[in-house]
Design a protein. Structure first.
Length: 172
């Protein structure tokens, strides 16, 4: 496999991906075309070294070329051509409707994403309010379930440890 061929495939893929991220439909079309060419080159490179035509009975099996990468390359060409035609139809319609080929943000999509963000903020605020109400209802001196009685200076009944016991003696 040639380093130049690998560099060409990488370059076509890189430039194609860069062009696809543009807002202009003409650049997007060029980007998909470059990606199609890169995929065909990659498939033909994956086929290995050239050999004899795969016709039965003419050549020994060891010298035959693998026909699968060639068939996949033809499929990639057809798919790339169909995608290019579809994008050209979109670009033509966009040109007729707006007079340019820029892809603009969808206003409905933007409205839905803003609405989802507001709902998430409301849910977070509601959860914080619920937590605050729970804290106010139970108070700061509320014992948690894993806290043992008497840890905060009270006995199991909740009385202070410095108070007198049932016999009237002061316990310290």
């Amino acid at each position: 496999m040639s380093i130049v061929l690998l560099g060409t495939i990488g370059g076509l893929t890189t430039v194609g991906l860069y062009l696809i991220t543009a807002r202009s439909l003409s650049r997007i079309i060029l980007g998909f075309s470059l990606l199609g060419h890169a995929s065909v080159l990659a498939l033909l490179t994956a086929g290995g070294p050239p050999g004899e035509a795969p016709i039965a009975g003419k050549t020994p099996v060891e010298e035959l070329t693998n026909p699968v990468p060639q068939a996949l390359a033809l499929t990639a060409i057809v798919i790339s051509f169909g995608l290019t035609l579809f994008l050209l139809a979109l670009a033509g319609r966009q040109q007729n409707l707006t007079g340019d080929d820029l892809v603009e943000d969808d206003l409905e999509d933007r409205r839905i994403s803003e609405q989802a963000a507001l709902e998430a903020a409301r849910e977070a605020e509601s959860a914080a309010d619920t937590e605050t109400e729970t804290y106010r209802a139970t108070g700061p001196d509320h014992h948690s379930d894993d806290e043992e009685p008497g840890q905060d200076g009270t006995d199991a009944a909740g009385a202070d440890a410095d108070e007198s016991d049932s016999a009237g003696e002061v316990v310290s």
